[in-house]
Write a protein that binds this ligand. Structure first.
Ligand code: KIV
Length: 273
């Protein structure tokens, strides 16, 4: 199926993302957590769909991403995969599924790939999780790295403010980015860091670097679907561009339905058997 914004209907692969970086074509990436949304996102021509553990916040209503389990990520991953034909689908490994030990990590990664049929997995962290990253890649599973603001470590930071503003943290991030590339990651997400630093990482690395709140000098952009569609209202960081106001559209439609039920306008004669 060809998206109306994308005339190229070939399946997106990690190899094709590398080609896109090489020819300077920006990569589009968006989250999805369910079949219906995934169908729409894929049909609109998205390059990469992320089954993010942000499902914990926007689907389950948790305050952090920490409660998400492997079983829950598999459920979301499977649902998304049923709706996608073209985009590369990356599934987040949840907190606790890869930090304890590399063998545990590879077992969880294999299970997630087998049960979701996803194309790749994403893990947060650099040197701290590099052994897990290496083992998972050695098992033949493509890995996307994630540095900068890492929501699974929110209790360590204590805040969601911009990361790597000081020299020491910026240096560690640069080192970790190279480490992840050397380990064989096919791409890297940089979340909420200064644009200058993100641009430098994208220039130094051969693999695609996708940013969220990391400026325009990277190789692609990712947003959370519920945020960019304006379904969530309370989350308003500077980097977020809202492309719709679905919160208002949905609220209006749903209150009209409530009124129609109360007034017995719905269902009418044509809407029954
Ligand atoms: O879980 C998620 O949605 C993410 C993106 C913010 C990159 O990791």
């Amino acid at each position: 199926m060809t998206g109306y914004l994308n005339s190229d209907d070939r399946k997106v692969t990690t190899h094709r993302l590398a080609e896109m970086k090489a020819r300077g074509e920006k990569i589009s990436m968006l989250t999805a957590y369910d079949y219906t949304t995934a169908q729409i996102v894929d049909g609109a021509g998205m390059d990469v769909i992320l089954v993010g553990d942000s499902a914990s916040n926007v689907i389950a209503g948790n305050v952090t991403t920490l409660p998400m389990t492997v079983d829950q990520m598999i459920y979301h991953g499977k649902s998304v995969m049923r709706g996608v034909q073209r985009a590369l689908v990356v599934v987040d490994m949840p907190f606790g599924s890869y930090q304890a030990d590399p063998y545990d990590a590879v077992r969880n990664a294999i299970r997630m790939m087998k049960e979701t049929h996803g194309d790749a997995l994403k893990l947060e962290g650099g040197s701290e999780v590099i052994d897990s990253v290496r083992r998972i890649i050695a098992a033949g599973i493509p890995v996307m790295g994630h540095l900068g603001l890492m929501p699974q470590s929110i209790n360590k930071y204590g805040t969601y403010t911009v990361r790597a503003k000081d020299e020491l943290e910026a240096e560690k991030l640069l080192k970790d980015a190279h480490l992840l590339e050397e380990a064989g990651c096919f791409a890297l997400v940089l979340e909420k860091i200064p644009a200058q630093l993100a641009t430098r990482v994208a220039q130094e690395l051969a693999i695609p670097v996708i940013g969220i709140g990391a400026g325009g000098g990277v190789d692609g952009q990712v947003l959370v679907v519920s945020d960019m569609l304006g379904m969530t209202k309370e989350f308003s960081p500077r980097f977020l561009r809202r492309y719709a106001d679905l919160n208002t559209v949905m609220t209006e439609a749903i209150s009209r339905y409530v009124q129609d039920v109360k007034s017995t306008d719905f269902p009418n004669e044509k809407e029954q058997y």
